[in-house]
Design a protein around this ligand. Sequence first.
Ligand code: NCD
Ligand code: ZN
Length: 353
Amino acid sequence: MDYLTLATPDDWHLHLRDGDALAAVLPDTARQFARAIVMPNLKPPVTTVQAASEYRARILAARPPGCAFEPLMTLYLTERTTPQTISQARESGFVHALKYYPAGATTNSEFGVADIWRCLPSLEAMAELGLPLLVHGEVTDPAVDVFDRERVFLEGTATRLLERLPALKVVLEHITTREAVAFVRRGPPTLAATITAHHLLLNRNALFQGGLRPHHYCLPVLKREAHRQALLEAIASGGSRFFLGTDSAPHARHTKETDCGCAGAYTAHTALELYAEAFDEVGALARLEGFASWHGADFYGLPRNSGRVALRRQAVEVPALLDYGADALVPLRAGGKVAWRLETTAPAAPGGC
Ligand code: NCD
Ligand code: ZN
């Protein structure tokens, strides 16, 4: 298959940042995706409906002219989040989920949750109102090996959360292990997972490919090849509880190429093309549309998009550097090529530019 079309996709896990950085990265996502679930880990984090409304307005203002891209907002769960905030979120119509960052797990997670059971009243309200909990599923105990943190989280907190709150919709974000794939498969219909392009395409050797490679450092950290194969198998199977979430996480070049570099891979620039490579690797291009354009919308209870995009098999060069406000940004595959070219077949509606 050298040419395929699919319903305009959505990105169910995206970091857009704010200010000049937002203006720099938003067109990359808006060119490909109709909607995106926007992560709330700003500084300070987006913890109230008011803050989400203001952030949403800044995103809408940063869209290229004529672009209908729709940001789907999230709130950052804290131990002080109240059931009243959950009701306001549901009533707003533009807040679609809450994000649970175990305190200290990743970028800007210091205001996150140390003890999830202190959030129980809010979680109960979310279950009742049908607002999903998006989970960064890694334990933060420094004694646990960094490559095991997802598995240990699933065996402990995630298992107990699902038992205690069977009606709560849960999305395990950016899963990276065969244990996570199995956990989702045997879980209830209220459980789903996003998978990134970089975890589908790279194993942990990529961190040390000819030297230390900071642009391959993200959280959860890349895993060994057997886990990548399990993720590929999950997408190839077409399971409806696996869907696209890039976790595209831009960081200025100098904050990654440094002594203690930030975690995050910037994939939004060629997101769909990278996913196409992964699906092609396992002969599953026919499954790309479900993963990219249907499963997420169905899980969130939102309409599927009506626009269409096309992918043509054709090598396209990826720039070595992108503009990032006053800084520079190094995209995944910088200076290399992706194997597909994205084409929009018609003015994409409701999103796309
Ligand atoms: C994300 C970021 O930079 O905001 N980084 C990352 O490595 N994925 C945070 C996150 O999603 O963990
Ligand atoms: Zn993320």
